[in-house]
Write a protein that binds this ligand. Sequence first.
Ligand code: UDX
Length: 430
Amino acid sequence: MATSSSAIRTLDKSGNEITTVGFTRFGFDSEVPIDVLRSLYLRAHYVTTASSSDTKEEHLEEQALHAQFSKGHVAYQSKSIYHPETQSISYTTLSRFPPVKLLAPSKRKRVLVTGGAGFVGSHLVDRLMVLGHEVTVLDNFFTGSKTTVSHWVGHPNFELVRHDVVEPFMIECDQIYHLACPASPPHYQFNAVKTIKTSFMGTLNMLGLAKRTKARFLISSTSEVYGDPEVHPQPEDYWGHVNPIGPRACYDEGKRVAETLAYGFHRQDGVDIRVARIFNTYGPRMNPFDGRVVSNFIVQALRGEDMTVYGDGTQTRSFQYIHDLVDGLIALMNSDETRPVNIGNGDEFTIGEFAELVRDIVENVQREDGEEPRRVNIVYKPMPTDDPQKRRPDTTRAKQVLDWEPRWTVRMGLEEMVRYYKAKMAEGGI
Ligand SMILES: O=c1ccn([C@@H]2O[C@H](COP(=O)(O)OP(=O)(O)O[C@H]3OC[C@@H](O)[C@H](O)[C@H]3O)[C@@H](O)[C@H]2O)c(=O)[nH]1
């Protein structure tokens, strides 16, 4: 097994090295070393029984890619074995779980994460687990995947339940992060009725649970509640500009009604609610084929395919890295703020500029890895109906009430995500 660990240095917006993510806010410590998290999302999923020298070389390369990040956390690597001759895998669990904090019972929370096997959910779960809490994941695996959290299966603090939130669910818990809902436009439009049903009935069921158990309830709302905004950047008191009958309505109107439900339960029944309006977020474990712009662009550039810009590429988005979002969600959950709070990064790009940035970063990473990059073309495709023209969060409230602001530059986050997809490709996962 390769032991190279020339770890990649990640610098934050002020030029300081990022070695940990999280912080202590409102008496809740969310800080964990970034290497431990990386060892979970950048770990190799299996080792190969090398029958040919070719396979062995490929495998060593792939191990080296993972090792660059995980600084030798090999103790937590899977020992599953891939047999190339028969194209089969002998699965094992992790050789050892990563250490989790030993918390006093008064500090240990029982946390329910709906949609915990999705992109955002799985990173939140990793963080809460390493911090020493008891975590239950509910997921119907429609867009989430068991593999995103399978490294915790069997841990005494962890439980994974296949369940669809449109059906009621009962459990004792202290905090509920309600994330369950497809989030990528092609996925949420695939079955529009199911999407709005998930937002409405799922949120109704989980608010009912919060009411019964007196758990604190955080809903993951979205920048899409602002629709195609006429105010820029978007503050939380902007009511939005949403087409109630368009193809995006199942998601944006669904999230708006979910917020309405949350405030209904808050006012009528005293449910302790938190509302996070999440802006475009990207990072490892995003499904490479979920159709959103960051995953599409990186996968296209890595495969040497044309990068598809929709419309003329003048529409804008502001992109936040997953660890900043998780910091913001945990800070909000543990704060006293019951008003909606935007969680997003203010670095705004036109989609045309963003395509060029992603292409440059992919080429740089390929060069650093000693490969000859092949310049891909940027091509233009029709603009989807009701695609918002501009989007940037006003994060004044998050700064004031949570003392939170994004630390990751878009470049740093993209580099890590490109390396993650590269490693997945080397492993045959893409
Ligand atoms: O291949 C692509 C994909 C997307 N795009 C464009 O890139 C922009 C961003 O598209 P995405 O699909 O990534 O995301 P959107 O901003 O449209 O929606 C997102 O908003 C916030 C979240 O709540 C959701 O995750 C998602 O709905 C859009 O203008 C889209 O048309 C491309 O130009 N090319």
